[in-house]
Design a protein around this ligand. Sequence first.
Ligand SMILES: [Zn+2]
Length: 177
Amino acid sequence: MHIALDDLPGHSGSTVERQPDGSLTDADLGRGTGDDAGRRPSAVGVLARCSCGWTGPTEHRPDEAGRMSATSDWVVHMRPLWAAAPPGWLLSRSDSLQESVIELAGTWPLQALGVIAHLERWQRTVTEEAVAQARDAGSSWADIGAVLGITRQSAHERFAQARDASGSRRGHRPAQQ
Ligand SMILES: [Zn+2]
């Protein structure tokens, strides 16, 4: 059964049923029309699966409650991916800003450089603040590195130090993960 929540490209969730012979079948295949609609009487368990290849860690009872639990497993799998997906409207603003600066550089290059210097000043501060917030919220250096397109090690080296330098931030904890 397809899990109708916001999919991300390459991540489409569904629940699958474990048959007594150990095989997994799409839960929709057994959907009947009677009281038992929605599951095969023969299923012995239900679990979540994602089109990326991920399979839920827990097999639940083959009933509605079990199906809900399997759906929750998929949500847990998706949560960091949703969290890291930037909002499209903001990305398109960023794209149009980039186009404007490129255009400006063609006619008034020094003005364009002035805008770029301005962007660099605030993006450094905002990046460090966002990293600190992500750490406070429990994100690992690997999570942060993945979003920024750098390795876990580079993320740690770049930001753990900045964080130490900023002194006793709230919730400061030793660099790890
Ligand atoms: Zn997935």
